[in-house]
Write a protein that binds this ligand. Structure first.
Ligand SMILES: Nc1ncnc2c1ncn2[C@@H]1O[C@H](COP(=O)(O)OP(=O)(O)OP(=O)(O)O)[C@@H](O)[C@H]1O
Ligand SMILES: [Mg+2]
Length: 255
């Protein structure tokens, strides 16, 4: 199987990018794939909590020295390799352009070693995030079924469509609706999103519709307990509907 880079992103913050990135990585690892999770939300990195892993200074050493980003990899308790910032407060604007460039290049190089590289981005749209799209095979947009999340998605997708999809047609984009009341409401939200794209983007071409990669239910108690215990939700609840959501999403991604 060809190695894949999957970037997980969103317009609005707090919609479940990190939750999805962590559990997706764990699911793929449980199936025997070699997985690297890169926490690209450098300033506010928190994937290590949901992953049950530890903060470390290796990524900071990479940023401040001459080591390769490969040297910043640590293996988390459930077998996913990860690169994450530690305790240092890093303003992305303070990192040199050259250093940022080496992140994209060296992450891409690691496709040789991993079956999947999952990139958890900060929210919003910036040049920094845009360049992760360019090294990706798949970009997944996480959306909550509320209007602010849908309209933020529309804003970033418009740029994404005009600057990326039209130029790099091989790149696949998908939507995951997270925190849904039930599956039907997730499907309804997806329909609303596609209608919005059709209505607002005159030249929107149906061939490049972002597909519905999956729907994740809102499971406050389970997710809260998993985070408190620092155990990935699908490990703590292997027979739950949450795990079922990830089965569908990940089977979509590997097939
Ligand atoms: N399916 C879900 N059911 C219940 N709670 C959820 C679900 N997904 C995420 N959450 C909750 O939402 C909060 C935000 O999730 P997460 O940190 O993954 O979002 P994010 O998009 O990565 O945020 P940020 O933009 O700050 O990086 C988490 O604390 C988690 O408790
Ligand atoms: Mg996050």
């Amino acid at each position: 199987m060809k190695s894949k880079v999957i970037t997980i992103t969103s317009g609005k913050g707090g919609v479940g990018k990190t939750f999805t990135a962590v559990n997706l990585s764990i699911w793929l690892r449980q199936k025997g794939f070699n997985v690297l999770l890169f926490d690209a939300d450098i300033t506010l990195s928190n994937s290590y909590i949901m992953l049950g892993s530890k903060q470390n200074e290796k990524f900071y050493n990479f940023l401040s020295g001459n080591s390769k980003i490969q040297d910043a990899v640590i293996t988390s308790p459930y077998g996913v390799d990860t690169i994450t910032n530690g305790n240092q407060i890093i303003d992305i604007n303070d990192i040199s352009k050259e250093k940022i460039k080496t992140i994209y290049c060296q992450i891409k190089e690691m496709k040789k070693k991993y079956d999947f590289i999952i990139i958890d981005t900060p929210a919003g749209y910036s040049n920094y995030i845009y360049n992760f799209y360019l090294i990706s095979d798949t970009v997944l947009f996480i959306i909550n079924p509320e209007l602010p999340s849908i309209t933020s998605f529309y804003k970033i997708y418009k740029n994404f469509y005009n600057n990326i999809i039209k130029k790099y047609q091989k790149l696949i984009s998908g939507i995951i609706i997270n925190r849904c009341k039930d599956v039907n409401s997730g499907i309804e939200t997806y329909k609303v999103i596609i209608e919005l794209l059709k209505k607002r983007m005159k030249e929107f071409n149906r061939i490049y519709n972002p597909s519905l990669t999956g729907i994740i239910l809102n499971k406050e108690q389970e997710v809260k307990t998993a985070i408190q215990k620092r155990i990935p939700a699908i490990v703590l609840y292997p027979y739950s509907t949450l795990k079922g959501s990830f089965d569908l999403i990940c089977n979509n991604l590997i097939n």
